[in-house]
Design a protein. Structure first.
Length: 383
């Protein structure tokens, strides 16, 4: 599998260039024809009774339909992928109608990330109950790490949110990461769309315990919140680039009891570190804050939620909200292209025939990994 990583960047570059050249080679009339065919296909897809029934169930807020829809989207079976595409097209049509309705406020997607042991699940339990008590409908997409050896996941986050899982205005969906980097799954973005179609106005995406550079969740949410424990490192750790500079809000958890002095110290050190971190948004638009919270006592919950609402309102007013969501759709389109190109590379007949031989020659040191990757890519791209 290591040799696929060597080939991946070169392979994706070639595939992207071919896609761009193909797009630019299509004439205006041909592009209009493709667009028309896409619209016709979309109309035909809506006639599928099974998908229509599922969409109706999701839009009416039925949890069973939502769970079935997310399971369908997560499936890797070719036929189910086609059904999932039809389902998502139907859900997007429903969401488009809601967006055009000025009486409805936009949904709010919040990404929650942090190291293992930061108390993410316990925070979501208390924070989610706080939101539902204020009249919100909350969907939680919790991503659990998958084993590199067995491929399995515990999916235990829901068991740590017992009160929230019983709340009629909340929905919790644990999903395995399936080896995907960035702390999220390949289908988390599609699951968000289905949750919004089911009339959940706040979507909380909890990632696996991540490191400095794993913040793919920031490309699918409106606000990125970083949770750090009181023993989250010193000021130098806070200055390190990566996940910290992506955070719109940083929360120091477990600020209660004997850990309160440590939480105060970490808050001050991270506040100081923020001065040296390059921010995602200009200072005149948003200044990230560092707050202390306690999921045990509820300390700081109101303040944290107030800051999140302020961010949401401000981004909508200046147009950054819509702009960011448009960019995110483009980012995830290219992510899907990368995944599909790599999948097709692995299943290509010529590659499958030559792969074991090339891998063995690379392992024996007869050829370099780069030469082996280049040879396989030539087989893949030849006509």
């Amino acid at each position: 599998m290591m040799h696929f990583r060597v080939a991946r960047s070169q392979l994706l570059c070639k595939a992207v260039n071919r896609a761009v050249n193909y797009r630019s080679s299509i004439s205006g009339n041909a592009w209009i024809s493709l667009k028309y065919k896409s619209q016709v296909a979309s109309q035909q897809e809506s006639s599928n009774p099974v998908i229509n029934h599922l969409i109706q169930g999701i839009c009416s807020g039925k949890r069973a339909s939502l769970a079935e829809g997310i399971t369908l989207v997560e499936s890797k079976h070719p036929q189910k992928k086609e059904l999932a595409r039809q389902l998502l097209n139907g859900a997007l049509s429903q969401l488009k109608e809601k967006e055009n309705d000025s009486s409805q406020s936009p949904t709010f997607r919040i990404g929650l990330s942090g190291p293992p042991g930061a108390g993410k699940s316990y925070f979501i339990e208390k924070f989610g109950k706080h939101l539902t008590a204020n009249g919100h409908r909350v969907a939680v997409l919790a991503v659990d790490p998958s084993s590199n050896f067995t491929g399995g996941s515990l999916l235990g986050d829901k068991t740590r949110m017992t009160d929230l899982s019983r709340d009629p205005n909340a929905y919790i969906r644990p999903s395995p990461s399936s080896g995907n980097l960035g702390g999220v799954t390949r289908t988390t973005n599609e699951a968000i769309v289905l949750c919004e179609a089911a009339n959940y106005d706040i979507i909380l995406v909890e990632t696996v315990g991540v490191g400095q550079s794993e913040y793919a969740v920031a490309d699918m949410v409106d606000m990125f919140v970083l949770l750090i424990p009181p023993a989250g490192g010193d000021e130098l750790q806070g200055i390190k680039r990566g996940i910290v500079e992506m955070a719109d809000l940083t929360l120091v958890t477990k600020a209660d009891g004997d850990l309160m002095p440590a939480a105060r110290r970490i808050q001050m050190e991270y506040t100081s570190a923020m001065k040296f971190v390059r921010r995602r948004l200009p200072l005149d638009i948003w200044l990230p804050s560092v707050f202390r919270i306690s999921s045990l006592t509820g300390y700081g919950m109101d303040r944290a939620w107030g800051k999140m609402k302020q961010f949401h309102k401000q981004m909508i007013e200046i147009g950054e909200f819509t702009k960011k969501r448009r960019e995110q759709r483009k980012v995830w389109m290219w992510n899907h292209i990368q995944d599909q190109v790599l999948d097709r590379f692995k299943t290509h007949p010529e590659i499958s025939h030559q792969l074991l031989s090339i891998e063995k020659r690379v392992q024996e040191g007869e050829i370099t990994p780069g030469w082996g990757a280049e040879y396989l890519m030539k087989l893949f791209t030849k006509r």
